[in-house]
Design a protein around this ligand. Structure first.
Ligand SMILES: [Mn+2]
Length: 567
């Protein structure tokens, strides 16, 4: 549990904002200490977004695009095969077309072309005799492809958000907040965020108003949530308004997808629904088939076509899920025989016939279970393709880099990485990776941590607390939904297991009773292990509608028999 909130700050906030005390305490423990900051946090506005002209090379990029528009030169907008990649490509394609440009959008095929601007993109540019390629969400490390484009007389403008290498490609312009010489304050824009900023500057330079651009925030919101950028600072504003733009979107593809993934029309969309419902079918196109289908969905102007595409992507996502479950089962089975928690600090698991499109997801699922960094390798005709996921506090890329001599190709960052590995070197790689992880962890087996914002008494959790919590969102990485802890609550009925491994409790404190549900929690905490005595619980506050009645519900994160003293 975070440190106790500063009492003076809480009093000042409560007096000025007339918000329930619990919420003022959350603000204070999250570092929002004065009423003015609290008002900006609770009601951020679009004019607070940073000036796009602050991005290095943004003017130069605009000037080149404007020249292409004026001269009728063919332009290829080159995205990537995930949600951020297709959203950014759609956004910039539409914007440049609206300004009169001749644009062909392109996203690489995951299996055929692989990640990044490369031969596939160059071929697409030659096919339409393009004089200009504008990348979105990729390109910052595509030195070779840029060189080849230059030789072919094609200029390249890169827009990207990934970390640059030691040398920048020799592109005509490079717009990336993570360029060392870029003074733009928000370094964690999504790729679509960067594309939006460039579109904004282009539109302003052509005499247009920002108002034309706000509807495009639907794509920025979608992509920022899907790409897991931190939802604080400017990103939080973009996503707050992005979710509203999504609710009102006129894009037939997004409307069809929302309908087909069970989002209720006219209801506020939450970031969680974007991450778990809207984004996966678009990603499934790239994983299981061709990401161009995702791009077509987002760009479609025809309701019937859009609905057919949405249906296809939802089906691909079901296929992806089945593949993902099958691979997870196989990987867990292979691990079960040999995994030793005290010995294995970094785990490599490989199998024939695993779909390379799902190994990243499977690696995440295994990390959830064993809380160790995990590499999953799909073997196919003498090749190994791996995807790795990390745990908090562990630098995955550093560990992979330490095994670099055993790998053919690799890249990534602290949380995720990918690699090509020769199947014959797999045993050596597995040993080296485990050793690198052990050294980085100083031989200490890591334990998962859960952080709570606040300790509360259940009587403090009134319905208006939940109402006002909406203003703390959108929630996600960098702005977590508040987690509360309540100690020594009594059980009104015995705990029980419901559905597939969910834990259900009825808890009481000072005459306030709540239903509490822990999804999947019963596998870790069997109901009989809790006894009948008082409990300590960690939970989030949610609303649950059942048979037309809406009630507050506690979503359990963890529970244990009450500790007698302190924590
Ligand atoms: Mn991205």
């Amino acid at each position: 549990v975070r440190e106790e909130a500063d009492a003076d700050a809480v009093r000042a906030l409560a007096k000025d904002l007339s918000l329930p005390d619990v919420l003022c305490r959350i603000l204070a423990v999250r570092g929002v200490l004065c009423p003015a900051d609290a008002r900006t946090y609770l009601r951020p506005t679009l004019p607070e977004l940073y000036d796009p002209a602050g991005l290095a090379d943004a003017d130069r990029a605009c000037i080149r695009i404007e020249r292409a528009i004026e001269e009728g030169e063919a332009i290829v907008v080159h995205g990537d095969y995930d949600v951020d990649g297709v959203s950014s490509a759609t956004l910039l394609t539409n914007r440049i077309r609206a300004l009169g440009g001749r644009v062909t959008p392109f996203v690489p095929h995951r299996m055929r072309d692989g990640y990044d601007f490369g031969p596939g993109g160059l071929a697409a540019a030659s096919a339409v005799a393009a004089g200009l390629i504008v990348t979105t969400d990729c390109g910052i490390r595509a030195e070779e492809a840029v060189e080849q484009a230059n030789q072919a007389g094609i200029d390249v403008v890169i827009t990207d958000h990934h970390t640059p290498g030691s040398q920048l490609p020799k592109a005509h312009a490079i717009v990336n907040p993570n360029r060392e010489d870029c003074g733009y304050p928000n370094k964690s824009l999504s790729g679509t965020g960067v594309a939006f900023k460039l579109a904004q500057l282009l539109t302003r330079r052509r005499g247009g108003s920002d108002d034309e651009l706000w509807p495009d925030l639907d794509l920025v919101g979608l992509a920022s949530v899907a790409d897991l950028v931190p939802l604080d600072g400017e990103n939080r504003i973009l996503v707050r308004y992005g979710l509203r733009a999504l609710e009102r979107t006129t894009r037939p593809g997004l409307r069809a997808l929302a309908r087909r993934t069970g989002l209720e029309a006219g209801k506020p969309i939450e970031s969680g629904q974007v991450g778990f419902q809207l984004a996966p079918p678009i990603n499934a196109a790239g994983r299981m088939s061709d990401a161009m289908k995702g791009l077509q969905l987002l760009s479609s102007t025809d309701a019937a076509e859009a609905d057919a595409l949405a249906q296809e992507l939802v089906a691909l996502n079901q296929e992806r899920r089945a593949e993902d479950r099958r691979t997870l089962d196989a990987a867990l089975e292979s691990l079960e025989a040999r995994y030793v928690s005290e010995r294995d600090f970094g785990v490599v698991v490989a199998g024939e016939g695993w779909h390379p499109g799902v190994i990243g997801i499977v690696a995440s699922r295994i990390v959830e279970r064993i809380h160790k960094p995990v590499v999953v390798v799909a073997l196919e005709s003498g090749r190994g393709r791996g995807s790795a996921r990390s745990i908090p506090g562990f630098d995955l890329f550093a560990a992979i880099d330490a095994c670099g001599h055993l790998l053919e190709r690799y890249g990534g960052h602290r949380q995720a990485a990918g690699m090509d590995v020769d199947p014959l070197r797999l045993p050596d790689f597995a040993d080296a990776f485990n050793e690198a992880a052990r050294v980085q962890m100083n031989g200490q087996v890591p334990h998962p941590e859960m952080r709570a914002d606040l300790e509360v008494c259940l009587s403090e959790l009134t319905p208006d607390v939940h109402q006002y919590l909406r203003y703390f969102g959108p929630f996600g990485i960098g702005n977590a939904r508040p987690v509360f802890v309540a100690r020594s609550v009594s059980q009104a009925h015995a705990a029980k297991q419901v559905g597939s491994g969910h834990l259900k409790l009825f808890v009481e404190q000072e005459d306030n009773a709540f239903e509490a549900v822990g999804f999947g929690l019963a596998t870790r905490v069997p109901p009989e292990s809790l006894g009948a005595g008082p409990l300590d619980i960690a939970f989030q506050l949610r609303e649950n509608t059942y048979r037309g009645r809406t009630q507050l519900q506690l979503r359990l994160r963890d529970v244990r028999p009450a500790a007698r003293t302190g924590s």
